[in-house]
Design a protein. Structure first.
Length: 172
């Protein structure tokens, strides 16, 4: 914390460009990295965040989700998980995930497990050459571009507490 947040230049499911620096002119950003709509933990967390969206926005902040999903899959996530309320961005090349040090290459054994249990091949689902996912991570970025809060957990079942996010937002 206290570090400068890397710039984000990504697109949403409609191909519209998003620049973190432009969004920060409007207020703080809660940046959430999620694995994809196939992940029940990610889906549940995005739905919980969506329920808290009004409280987040009351602080002047905006909630932004980033995943390695393709534009098509991001559209599915946008509609099914957030009702179109949260801006979800495509990081198909994993450049933003790498800039925030949350990217990891998915082991072959896990990829095989996903094919067997979810009928999902990550490289196809995300339109990637190499299967890369983010660690479950949430950042709060001040309007000056500095990281005010970071939750990072290699255990994808653990997510930042929404009450804690709101408390940090009320302080900045």
């Amino acid at each position: 914390m206290g570090d400068a947040a890397p710039e984000i230049e990504l697109i949403n499911h409609s191909g519209e460009k998003f620049h973190l620096s432009e969004q920060l002119k409007k207020g703080p950003v809660v940046l959430v990295f999620y694995r994809g709509n196939w992940c029940p933990y990610c889906s549940r967390y995005l739905k919980e965040l969506n329920e808290a969206l009004l409280d987040i926005r009351k602080t002047g902040a905006e909630l932004i989700g980033v995943s390695p999903e393709s534009k098509e899959q991001t559209k599915v996530s946008q509609e099914e998980l957030t009702g179109g309320m949260i801006t979800l961005l495509c990081d198909e090349n994993a450049l933003t995930m790498k800039a925030y040090n949350v990217a990891f290459a998915v082991a072959d054994s896990y990829q095989k497990k996903l094919v067997q249990t979810k009928n999902i091949k990550l490289t196809d689902h995300n339109q990637q050459e190499e299967a890369i996912l983010p660690v479950a991570a949430t950042y709060i970025i001040n309007t000056d571009g500095m990281i005010a809060f970071r939750h990072f957990d290699r255990d994808y079942t653990n997510r930042a507490d929404i009450k804690e996010i709101l408390a940090v937002l009320q302080e900045i």
